[in-house]
Design a protein around this ligand. Sequence first.
Ligand code: UGA
Length: 468
Amino acid sequence: MRIAVVGSGYVGLVAGACFADMGHDVVVVDNDQNKLAALKNGQVPIHENFLPELLSRHRGQRLQFSDDLQGAVRQSAAIFVAVGTPPTESGEADLSYVESVARELSGAVDGYKVVVEKSTVPVYTSEWVRKIILRNGTDPEKFDVASNPEFLREGSAVTDFLFPDRIVIGCDSHRAAEVLREIYLPLTSGQYYERVDAIPQPDRASIPAPIIVTSTKSAELIKHASNAFLAMKISFINAVASVCESVGADVSQVAHGIGTDSRIGPRFLSPGIGYGGSCFPKDVMAFRIVARECGYEFRLLDEIMHINEDQRQRFLRKVRNALWTLRGKRLAVLGLAFKGGTDDIRESPALLIVQALLQEGSKITAYDPAAMERVRETLGSSITYANSAYEAAHGADALLLLTEWEEFANLDLKRLRQELKYAIVIDGRNLYDPEVMSAHGITYYSVGRPACLPDGVPAAALKNGKKA
Ligand code: UGA
């Protein structure tokens, strides 16, 4: 199949590379000349597992990069629109890029094409895209608009694409559904997984990939509802963690206890400093606005956002409780990206916490395995950048764990303790067992679990600094 992917951002690039790996001829279109030149030169603009392999495997062969949208449309059976839909000031999705692509591609629809929404867009967008294409003089028989939402997590986007839990295709015409079914056939037939050069299968893969065909509006809603539901799971467990802190219970035990109910499931029940990234914050807000515009006040979504913000404030209170005043304190921060495995700092709760600590007069030395360069562009010299976790910890009054990078969960605790001025760790991601920390002489605060002092005494059991 010949496919055009419009937008070489996160979703477009991963989709383009994966479609090529599935055997299709793909042209990825972008109007950013610098980006195109970098991609043609073999640079990989984002930190993503397996993406460098796929790009070098297919670049210049089954995967082309171009700024010619109309040319790409003419040669393709399906056009995936993967341009940005950033939030406006009021929180709605800005659909102007989607609209301009729809307008521009109209002039090139010279045979039957399926225009596929790949970006996260509100319900009714497909109707608007259709109207815009018709308004620009395209024959209604020559195209359909479909929705094919992505469920890619940063860091594992390539495996999420090639080993999806499900592929959702939203179409209102049989013909469009057939084109999309054919595109995904290598995954739905299982043929891709038999190849020796297939990307390695992750745990829990559903093979062959299941496909769900819905109406276009349902598919649009599936995307927003999925992200809102996942954000709800996170806020729910964060709220439960707060109750645990009040009563001295352990949220990891509670999460295990509820997550083993197959109706609830164990995933996305890790408490922390709140969700971030370019998707959940934006999508929960956009879904809230879409629902209101459609006549439903989805107040549950307000609470999800409220708990999420509160979770950061609770963490900051924890830091103050552990250190008393923050002015002039030297804090080591491990993790700046919005989650582990990525260099993305958009809406990163870690970064928001660092900014709040700076405002309170703390001095920060930070380390992140991938996001340092991006943070430097944002925070400049307001923080110090370390080359390793231990360098960040050297001489610090306390260590803050803010991103769940695997390497942060495997630190040499003896060495860490030696580096720190005071052996205090405040863990926003519950990476360690409190007992192990106290056995290493570290005063340890985490989320939804009793704080532990070096002799293993939970802080809650102390009154006025003495055992109750
Ligand atoms: C999310 C969804 O998981 C994808 O399915 C979706 O396609 C994507 O948004 C999107 O709409 O494009 P992503 O933003 O990459 O993917 O990151 P997640 O792994 O979902 O994590 C989001 C945030 O939640 C991170 O800040 C993470 O640290 C936090 N989180 C996640 C928790 O605090 N607890 C958890 O149990 C899980």
